[in-house]
Design a protein around this ligand. Structure first.
Ligand SMILES: Cc1ncc(COP(=O)(O)O)c(C=O)c1O
Ligand SMILES: N[C@@H](CCOP(=O)(O)O)C(=O)O
Length: 462
């Protein structure tokens, strides 16, 4: 399998090179040159597999330059750190299926990809006898998952930008209490969008990128999206086993469009997904895009689902590439026009294509809190606020024709204040969070400024 950039200037590179490149050197995002299409017979085989075997079957179709034995070992080691034997168990509650993606070390879906990516980086660096300095931005969950994916690993430093005072207290502690020498937490005085822009600008300085061997852990990195494709297949297999149904909906709480884009890839591979339900909080640029063909930027609003307080969704560019029929020139023109005018419009034919894949809803704070409360009252199950956004949208938009799987993207204990507000008591804390407030912390507060970040990275890079 070879990889190409959405902007057309990078093409014909291997999976390994795509992982190491992170952001494409022309400023675009990398995608496989073709999406393998699975037959009904293939799906029948996949639906019977346990998670690690399924992960091998999906990932190996895209990572064709990694020997099978090595890939198998990487996958098994990555998922050995999960606390549930099913890795991403599926539970049935209140008429919907909840796909629990929070059984990894940092209690969010990011672990599914970042445990794997951390091990993959280590493997590739050893093979190439190289070092890497990872630079990433987080709205709260990618940061700790990436840090846990690479902490203490040789030849790897990690620099994570999070928006100062705009992540939940537990999210902040999960990052800043990791004091390994290779971990650098930077609290920027801005939003996640500022952090993501800075990361892209730093990667865009190719001399700096090469001098400091920069690596990407955000969903900029294709390996992130790829590892997330797996659980769509897993959930589908589970629902099929439990109900016999072939088609299903997935409801996905969405911010940077990475998770739902992984679902879109699964659909393109032939997984019978009726529609992907794109659920946003008040930061609803993506929901407006699906519902009205209006992709126009607004100001970032703080909500009880802080990890989705994002306006500029990175992976949207990957989707545009497909929507424009693989025309990289159109992608470049659209990205230029968007950065000038802050908006993009779509014609009727394009909107029809979008509607064949997605439904969308923007869920506000009171609906989110009411969903947590209602779900808890009816089932005793506590949703985290991001998951609640997806559950609300799933229940509102699906008419009961096909099963609905809602992605539970984080453990509620990461967002204690919102849960407390909704149900009047704190969520139970998993063992990994006990006493976290008392641990030693390390973090620098820094201006949301590309040059300031470059100076910091240059000073501390391997
Ligand atoms: C808990 C949680 N839910 C949902 C999302 C949205 O996922 P994505 O950014 O891939 O759209 C995020 C952030 O990525 C998150 O941390
Ligand atoms: N919600 C994310 C934002 C970064 O998204 P990514 O999937 O591109 O890493 C977070 O928790 O940091």
């Amino acid at each position: 399998m070879r990889y190409q950039s959405t902007r057309g200037q990078v093409r014909d590179i291997t999976f390994k090179d795509a992982v190491m490149m992170g952001l494409a050197d022309d400023g675009g995002l990398l995608l496989p040159e073709e999406i393998p299409r699975l037959t009904p017979g293939d799906l029948e085989v996949l639906e019977k597999l346990a998670y690690p075997e399924l992960a091998f079957q999906i990932i190996s179709r895209f990572a064709t330059d990694i020997p099978s034995a090595d890939l198998t070992e990487l996958i098994h080691r990555s998922y050995a750190s999960f606390s549930h034997p099913d890795i991403t168990p599926l539970v049935h509650k209140n008429g919907v299926y909840i796909l629990e993606l929070f059984h990894g070390p940092t209690l969010a879906f990011k672990d599914v990809a970042l445990q794997f990516l951390g091990n993959l980086f280590e493997y590739l660096l050893k093979e190439r006898n190289e070092k890497m300095n990872i630079l990433g931005a987080t709205s709260g969950d990618t940061g700790s998952a990436a840090i846990y994916g690479v902490r203490g690993k040789e030849n790897l430093n990690i620099f994570i930008l999070h928006p100062h005072k705009k992540v939940s207290p537990i999210q902040e502690l999960q990052m800043t209490t990791v004091t390994d020498a290779n971990v650098f937490n930077l609290a920027i005085t801005g939003t996640f969008d500022d952090g993501q822009r800075i990361v892209k600008e730093v990667f865009g300085d190719l001399q700096f990128k090469s001098l400091h061997a920069l690596g990407a852990v955000n969903s900029i990195n294709w390996a992130r999206v790829l590892a997330q494709v797996v659980y769509y297949f897993y959930a589908w297999g589970e629902v099929r086993r439990q109900t016999g149904c072939r088609e299903i909906y997935f409801s996905v709480p969405t911010g940077n469009f990475g998770d739902i884009f992984a679902g879109y890839i699964a659909k393109k591979m032939g997984l019978p997904i009726r529609r992907l339900i794109l659920a946003t909080n008040e930061n609803n640029i993506l929901a407006r895009f699906v519902r009205k063909g209006d992709y126009s930027i607004g100001d970032v609003v703080q909500t009880p689902s802080p990890s989705m307080d994002i306006q500029l969704a990175s992976n949207f560019e990957r989707y545009l590439f497909y929507l424009y029929g693989g025309d990289a020139h159109r992608v470049v023109a659209a990205m230029e026009s968007f950065s000038k005018n802050g908006s993009l419009r779509f014609d009727d034919a394009e909107r029809k294509t979008v509607e064949e894949d997605f439904l969308a809803l923007s869920v506000d704070t009171s609906q989110t809190l009411a969903t947590i409360a209602d779900f808890h009252e009816k089932t005793g199950y506590v949703l985290d606020p991001h998951t609640a956004v997806g559950v609300h949208a799933g229940q509102a938009l699906c008419g009961g024709d096909f099963p609905v799987v809602c992605l539970a993207t984080a453990h509620p204990a990461k967002f204690g204040d919102a849960v407390q507000q909704a149900i009047g008591c704190d969520p139970e804390r998993p063992e990994s969070l006990l006493g976290i407030e008392e641990k030693e912390k390390r973090c620098e507060i820094i201006a949301a400024d590309t040059e300031a970040i470059k100076a910091f990275v240059a000073l501390h890079a391997l």
